[in-house]
Design a protein around this ligand. Structure first.
Ligand SMILES: [Mg+2]
Length: 253
């Protein structure tokens, strides 16, 4: 059941006529922060909108499990938001959990190397406000609390990944993420589309960020719909939720 608090968002703006109707036989892929819920600087500060876990459960059930979250966050963070165990590409698709709950690693190169980890932690000591996040396959240097350190931090990272053709710097939100080349949400979407129950369906993806562009392209390339929160919606996560809720309520206009 959908939480009734979503009903207030049911007066849909006119541009909704431009959006595709989400059908039960679509495979659905959703970014999390900035798409399903408003962005927060840390996972602990995220506010999960009332009704979101029930909405996601209904969307997943409607398409027999062919729905996955594609996020830069860890699997634990994703599960904390969705309140259940859904198929998910965590850490930009480095860890993909299929519909049976089995975790796969489509990419095997790691950018979380001991010497780089140590170099970043040393830098964080010298640069107050810089925080280092260690993920399974990537390292993230956050400078939200010290924006002036951003350029110097990037130069440092460029210096130690020099001569590593398999490693790149991904500009994230007030952070630099060091990761293997070719990783990302587009690749994760393609991986899911080869698995049951996604295989054979038309993919629909919604995202809001530069890291989502590859998944938007991948969905479009498969004859589906890659939608952007700012280009295709009005830039608010409430509008995305209302569009999704309309699909499970079967509202006809
Ligand atoms: Mg996002």
């Amino acid at each position: 059941m959908i939480d009734v608090s979503l009903d207030r968002a049911f007066v849909l703006p006119i541009y909704y006529d431009m959006l595709p109707d989400l059908a039960p036989d679509h495979a659905l892929f959703l970014d999390m922060d900035g798409t399903l819920l408003d962005f927060a600087p840390t996972p602990a500060e995220v506010i999960v909108p009332p009704g979101l876990p029930a909405l996601l459960a209904d969307l997943a059930a409607q398409r027999e499990g062919a729905m996955a979250i594609l996020s830069g966050r860890t699997m634990a963070d994703i599960d904390g938001v969705t309140g259940t165990i859904l198929p998910a590409g965590a850490e930009h698709g480095f860890l993909c959990r299929d519909a049976a709950g089995v975790i796969h690693r489509p990419i095997t190169i790691s950018a979380n190397r001991p010497e780089w980890r140590a170099a970043l932690h040393d830098a964080a000591v010298r640069m107050p406000g810089v925080a280092i996040e260690e993920k399974t396959y990537t390292l993230v240097a956050h400078f939200r609390r010290a924006p002036e350190q951003g350029p110097a931090l990037r130069m440092l990272i460029e210096h130690f990944i020099e001569g590593e053709p398999d490693i790149e710097i991904l500009p994230a939100n007030m952070a630099w993420e060091i990761r293997p080349v070719g990783a990302g949400k587009g690749r994760a979407l393609d991986w899911f589309m080869q698995q049951a129950p996604f295989r054979g369906r038309v993919p629909v993806f919604v995202g809001d960020d530069t890291t989502d562009e590859a998944a938007i392209d991948a969905a479009n390339a498969r004859g589906g719909f890659g939608l952007h929160v700012h280009r295709d919606f009005d830039g608010t996560t409430a509008s995305v939720r209302a569009w999704l809720a309309r699909a499970v309520k079967g509202v006809l206009r």
